[in-house]
Design a protein around this ligand. Structure first.
Ligand code: GLN
Length: 481
């Protein structure tokens, strides 16, 4: 992976307070790393050195004054390019927003910077976060730092690759159907999808509003927990953001996990799973048992319907959200003789094939006569899937599954078959539809050295419990493979 030392939130803090390095020097080091590695990986689409150095100097002045340092002081971060950053080009991986400069920052970005983080730049992703391999970006695919002939996963592939390659300490991704957890698994790093409503979506450019969530990638579970502590909490600018109090996510990390009851859903280790992935996950489960957890076999009976349900709900919402890109208000415009022609050309040239496919699917599912048969029915099945989880969480504290049925695949291997690509999301879309939190933690590698991820799902707003188990597993060397 990276020949450089792995910086974590903790080691950055220590090095800064012991004056082993200044925030400016650390920022230099990260831009140097990006300069070396990004031409190959294509993880960053834009860099923001001015903003990064201004913040670094602010932190260095605080250190010189001996002022108390905020939680993420001097920590270099990367932001997925679907999250708005004032004055920094935000493309959503799409041609239609190629020159778009947001007029304001997303709340998540504001919170990271208020906590002292240094914003390095914006990361590549599948166009409008639609994809599982980062191959749907208008700006070219991202390469997996562990195996550069392979995909990093998607849609937050640039964020996952940036952290895995040591080009950021923390990165923000978004997860609508697996886009944080799956690239985390494929790149071998912890990746957290918080509960729907735990982190403000203000300034997140919408894909499917009832599913979209912002969450962090990091090198360690503790880093992810610290990032969540900074990101979580109510926001007057997002009415769907919960007022639920934010616990101290790092305080409980070391509480023993003995006697935790862990559910293993039988539907998640069946047909279609790669044998090496299955083996690593089964070993991980044994390891959790050794840590004193009780393993309980459970069933989530509506799992089979999850992919179909997700691809109806997500495309319906996407078709409505993406109607705003008309060449008038944002980004790219292809001129035409008439207004309609301008719209048609702008959207025809501005959107890539996967986005068009989703807009058409979603428009169909919402159209008169089909709404009841498709969209409304999908909403009902969504409730059944959520109920499966609610019932399971009466018996168990957490649910443990593989994150992805397969490890990182080769670039181009799945692009010709959208259905095959959609099946990458089979273990992640259920938690998305249910609104619950989930993390992917590394659990070893395949014989070829490709990372495997273990998914831990918890009840709504129980991120602390999810993080605690993930941390215990990490500490036990669960990822050593
Ligand atoms: N791969 C899924 C999709 O293409 C999930 C994407 C996401 O979570 N943003 O819709």
């Amino acid at each position: 992976m990276s020949a450089h030392p792995v910086w974590t939130v903790e080691s950055v803090r220590r090095a800064l307070t012991e004056k082993k390095i200044s925030a400016r020097e650390l920022t230099d080091e990260f831009f140097r790393r990006i300069g070396n590695r990004n031409p190959e990986l294509n993880a960053y689409l834009a860099l923001s050195p001015e903003r990064a150095y201004a913040q670094a100097d602010r932190i260095d002045r605080q250190i010189a004054r001996g002022a108390p340092l905020p939680l993420l002081a001097g920590v270099p971060v990367a932001i997925k390019d679907v999250i708005s950053t004032a004055g920094i080009v935000t493309t959503c991986g799409s041609r239609i927003l190629q020159n778009y400069l947001p007029p304001y920052d997303a709340t998540a970005v504001t919170r990271l910077e208020q906590a002292g983080a240094i914003l390095l730049g914006k990361t590549n992703c599948d166009e409008f976060a639609m994809g599982s391999s980062n191959e749907n970006s208008a700006y070219g695919p991202v390469r997996n730092p562990v195996a550069p002939d392979r995909v990093p996963g998607g849609s937050s592939g640039g964020s996952a690759a940036a952290v895995a390659a040591g080009l950021a300490v923390i990165a923000l991704g978004t997860d609508t159907g697996g886009s944080i957890r799956q690239p985390g698994a494929l790149c071998g790093i912890p990746a957290l999808m918080p509960t729907y409503g735990r982190v403000s979506r203000y300034g997140l450019i919408a894909f499917a509003s009832s599913l979209d969530r912002i969450g962090p990638f990091g090198h360690t579970v503790a880093d992810v927990a610290t990032a969540l502590a900074v990101l979580a909490g109510e926001d007057p600018n997002d009415s769907t953001c919960a007022k639920t109090p934010v616990p101290d996510y790092t305080a409980e990390l070391n509480t023993p996990v003995q006697k935790m009851r862990l559910g293993i859903p039988k539907e998640y280790l069946g047909a279609g799973i790669d044998p090496a992935v299955r083996q690593r996950v089964e070993e991980a489960i044994q390891q959790l048992e050794k840590l004193g957890c009780t393993i309980v076999n459970i069933s989530l009976p509506h799992t089979d319907y999850a992919i179909a349900t997700y691809y109806l709900v997500a495309t319906a919402e996407a078709s409505s959200n993406l109607a705003r890109y008309d060449g008038v208000r944002f980004g790219f415009r292809a001129p035409g003789e008439t207004l309609t022609e301008m719209y048609r050309r702008t959207r025809g040239q501005g959107f890539g094939p996967e986005v068009k496919r989703r807009i058409m699917l979603g428009t169909y599912a919402l159209s008169a006569g089909y709404y009841e048969a498709y969209y409304l029915r999908a909403q009902k099945v969504r409730s059944l899937i959520a109920r499966d989880f609610a019932e399971a969480f009466r018996q168990v504290d957490l649910i443990v599954t593989p994150t992805s049925p397969v490890p990182a695949f080769r670039l181009g291997e799945r692009t010709s078959d959208p259905l095959q690509m959609y099946l990458s999301d089979i273990y992640t879309v259920t938690g998305s539809l249910a609104g619950i939190p989930g993390i992917s933690v590394p659990c070893g590698t395949t014989p070829e050295g490709l990372p495997v991820g273990l998914q831990i799902l918890g009840p709504h707003f129980e991120e602390a419990r999810v993080l605690r188990l993930a941390h215990a597993f990490e500490q036990a060397g669960g990822f050593a493979g």
